[in-house]
Ligand binder design. Sequence first.
Ligand SMILES: [Zn+2]
Length: 139
Amino acid sequence: MSSVIAPTPDGVDQYFWDGVARKQFLLQKCSACGALRQPPAPMCSECNALEWETQEATGRAKVYSWLVSHHPTEPDADPRIIVVLDLEEGVRFVANLVECNLADIRFGLPVELTWVEYPSMNREAPQILPQFRPTGDAA
Ligand SMILES: [Zn+2]
């Protein structure tokens, strides 16, 4: 299995990584107008409010776009499939697609959240990451 570099939260996304550690997939939501801020931001782009809370996402999404990333120095390593997803909540999210053959990827492919634990390159503890896999449902 590939190893990953554990994230370094920068303040704005600390809530997200705290959620990941509890296997909660959290989105930032404006406390004033309810707009989702994805990617996370200190100010709401809809109403300029600074206050926010979190909303747990369902983990259901559809593939909007993707690319296949080959490791630059380990050509035999499995390529990673990086997807831009349309989350059911109406915002986009970038993640890895797992448990999917390259030939089966298509626009609109229904996917669901799955938690995957990877060896960490920079920490002793493994790093859990939110990943997505095909649901097996027709679009
Ligand atoms: Zn707002």
